[in-house]
Design a protein around this ligand. Structure first.
Ligand SMILES: NC(=O)c1ccc[n+]([C@@H]2O[C@H](COP(=O)([O-])OP(=O)(O)OC[C@H]3O[C@@H](n4cnc5c(N)ncnc54)[C@H](OP(=O)(O)O)[C@@H]3O)[C@@H](O)[C@H]2O)c1
Length: 287
């Protein structure tokens, strides 16, 4: 028996990475699931691999008609929507505030913020009809602190965190919970896509090649060793989707190896040791 038995979920951005894994885990936990994204071949292949519990619906989350049709498809295929995961996301453009290009900034906000808003809008309408549900939005550590991604992505994710709270206080009366998940760094193709890989499939295919480098980079930022896997945010989304979270709304659940709690103490101690070496000629310094 799964914790999502009998539920119907919609997962946007499920043609790769965290969304694809979330759709698989939802199905393994007993849910029927609608997989959404723009890449038809990848989405249909994932739906086939899951079997009768999944269908793919091609969706660009920045297009309102697409999102409305996605929710309609879920109701047509499976009768209702109990869980909406607004996960679709594009990489940062990595330009700073003095070089930002308006069109690229708008494009990032259009996917992350407007796409999430539209997902909430149409899922909430369906959930109100059926008596409630759970909406889980994809945020990021970059939405809570600067320096983890580019300006456009960070601002967009901060907006997703606040949109989550605003929607939660409005939709509670209909029995609709709204929460978000903030991963730290999870090994997916989004980094290759942001770094200029030839196409999305090429970036997805080369993801594992980044494992060593990224694990090494995390050492300065993340108290827990290692790098996030797609299973990590997927598990958080299962929890927030499930009835175990029935009294949780308006919250953000960080799945970040402790990154937002602070730097590893060992990093601070190493800095203090360098200060001590300068001040005392090698001995320990008072703090
Ligand atoms: N990986 C990390 O370290 C990390 C950390 C924090 C947060 N996140 C967030 O997690 C989410 C998933 O990212 P990921 O890491 O799994 O990367 P990914 O593998 O590149 O997944 C992104 C997904 O979003 C879809 N997408 C992009 N633009 C879309 C649009 N306009 N309409 C519909 N779907 C769209 C992509 O599918 P199509 O190309 O087929 O449309 C793809 O399925 C994103 O919101 C990302 O910001 C990731």
């Amino acid at each position: 028996m799964g914790v999502l038995d009998g539920k119907v979920g919609v997962v946007t951005g499920a043609t790769s990475g965290i969304g694809a894994r979330t759709a698989e885990v939802f199905a393994a936990e007993g849910a029927r699931v609608v997989i959404a994204g723009r890449r038809t071949d990848e989405g249909e292949a994932l739906a086939r691999s899951i079997g009768d519990a999944a269908v793919f619906h091609r969706t660009d989350v920045s297009v309102e008609e697409d999102v409305a049709a996605l929710v309609d498809r879920a109701v047509d295929a499976f009768g209702r929507v109990d869980v909406m995961v607004n996960n679709a996301g594009s990489p940062s453009h990595l330009t700073g505030v003095m070089d930002v290009e308006r069109s690229l900034f708008d494009a990032t906000l259009s996917v992350h913020v407007t796409g999430t808003l539209l997902g909430i809008k149409y899922a909430a309408r369906a959930m109100r009809e059926s008596g409630g549900g759970s909406i889980v939005n994809m945020c990021s550590v970059a939405g809570h602190a600067g320096g983890y991604s580019g300006l456009d992505y960070s601002v967009a994710k901060a907006a997703v965190a606040h949109l989550t709270r605003c929607a939660a206080v409005e939709l509670g009366e209909y029995g609709i919970r709204v929460n978000s998940v903030s991963p730290g760094f999870v090994l997916t193709g989004i980094f290759g896509k942001g770094a200029g890989a030839a196409d999305a499939d090429a970036a997805d295919a080369r993801t594992d090649g980044l494992r060593h480098l990224m694990t090494d980079m995390m050492g300065a930022h993340q108290p827990l060793p290692g790098i996030g896997e797609t299973d990590d945010p997927a598990a958080a989304m299962v929890f927030l989707a499930s009835d175990a979270a029935r009294m949780i709304t308006g919250q953000d659940l960080a799945v970040d190896g402790g990154m937002l709690a602070g730097r590893p103490a060992a990093v601070m101690l190493a800095e203090r040791a360098r200060i001590a070496a300068l001040v005392t000629g090698g001995g320990p310094a008072e703090t």
